[in-house]
Design a protein around this ligand. Structure first.
Ligand code: NAP
Length: 293
């Protein structure tokens, strides 16, 4: 079994991005700038945003965070979006999800200028991605593709089973992996909460991507020998074995599945760090107009 080390791979890619950014700054004088909008005080969202700030610093991207209380009105948040769309200093920005219930995610995301939508969530970027046109690819699916690529994993003609059909992970990664490209050219099956006989389907997967948000859902008996298993899930659970009192686990029961898989991502240290790297790459593309000219 080969452990797909997302942490080490992301460090290598971050160094490559840092070199590239330094070169572009020398050439153009332009420093890329990523902004994040953070609403409320959800601990997971705060952690993600601080990881993104730290990663920006490591590669020479300027970052700023716009923080608002949970009670911000939708109208007020839309004014923030309008401001960020118009601010020439900001190349790309993200709105950290989830937003409070009184604010429509769809409305906010659709209001983001697609040329600054470095999360790749805007319908225009999603549509371009599906049609294989230049687009910002959403960060987690893009990070998964980079892992497959860096580990030289063959995808052509393989059966890829994706567990989950969310707009941010399951659906886009399934579209990307069926594209006529590498990584891609897979025969893709998507499973969701209404799928019957999930175990039979996952057991036929050459590549299994688990993004269903259910702790350790994928067990050893659901996976075929030597399959490539990508675990997107992140769950913070109590633990008396760590100093913080918590530990992270995924959607895959690692102890069991790692005994059968050919390749597997751990949690933490698998897909998570790659998501951030993909966001950094999108920001660099935005700064130097490589997607939308
Ligand atoms: P989500 O929006 O909750 O979507 C979950 C998907 O799984 C849905 O399509 C749902 O089906 C399906 N599902 C749920 N329970 C199921 C079951 N028992 N059997 C079959 N399908 C089931 O989740 P998400 O945003 O895609 O995130 C998934 C996981 O990845 C979460 O743990 C999240 O924290 C993690 N995540 C990690 C990263 C990263 O950077 N590593 C990034 C994003 C998300 P229906 O559509 O039928 O409801």
């Amino acid at each position: 079994m080969i452990l797909i080390d997302g942490k080490a791979t992301s460090s290598v890619i971050k160094n490559e991005i840092a070199d590239r950014v330094a070169g572009m700054i020398d050439k153009t004088g332009k420093h890329p700038h990523l902004a994040a909008v953070l609403v409320g005080d959800d601990p997971a969202s705060q952690t993600y945003v601080s990881h993104k700030e730290k990663a920006c610093k490591q590669v020479g991207i300027v970052s700023s965070v716009y923080r608002y209380p949970e009670t911000i009105a939708e109208k007020e948040l839309m004014e923030v979006i309008d401001f960020l769309n118009k601010d020439d200093q900001i190349d790309g920005y993200i709105v950290q999800l989830p937003l409070p219930d009184h604010i429509s995610d769809d409305k906010v995301i659709s209001a983001i200028d697609p040329t600054k939508d470095v999360d790749g969530f805007h319908p225009q970027n999603f549509g371009r991605m599906a049609l294989n046109q230049p687009a910002y690819l959403s960060a987690t699916p893009s990070g998964i593709l980079k892992l497959l690529e860096r580990y030289d994993i063959q995808t052509e003609g393989k059966h890829c089973v994706v567990l989950g059909r969310s707009h941010i992970v399951g659906l886009p990664v399934s579209i990307l992996l069926q594209r006529k490209a590498y990584p891609g050219n897979c025969t893709v099956t998507i499973c969701h909460s209404r799928t019957q006989n999930i175990k039979e389907i996952t057991a036929s997967a050459d590549i299994l991507i688990a993004a269903i948000g259910q702790q350790e859902f994928v067990t050893g008996d659901m996976v075929k020998d030597d399959a490539v298993v990508i675990d997107v899930g992140i769950h913070r659970i109590k633990s008396d074995k760590t100093k913080s009192g918590y530990k992270l686990i995924g959607d895959v029961k690692f102890d069991e599945v790692s005994k059968k898989a050919g390749y597997i991502t751990p949690v933490p240290g698998g897909v998570g760090p790659m998501t951030i790297v993909a966001l950094l790459e999108n920001t660099v593309k935005a700064a130097y107009q490589e997607v939308y000219q």
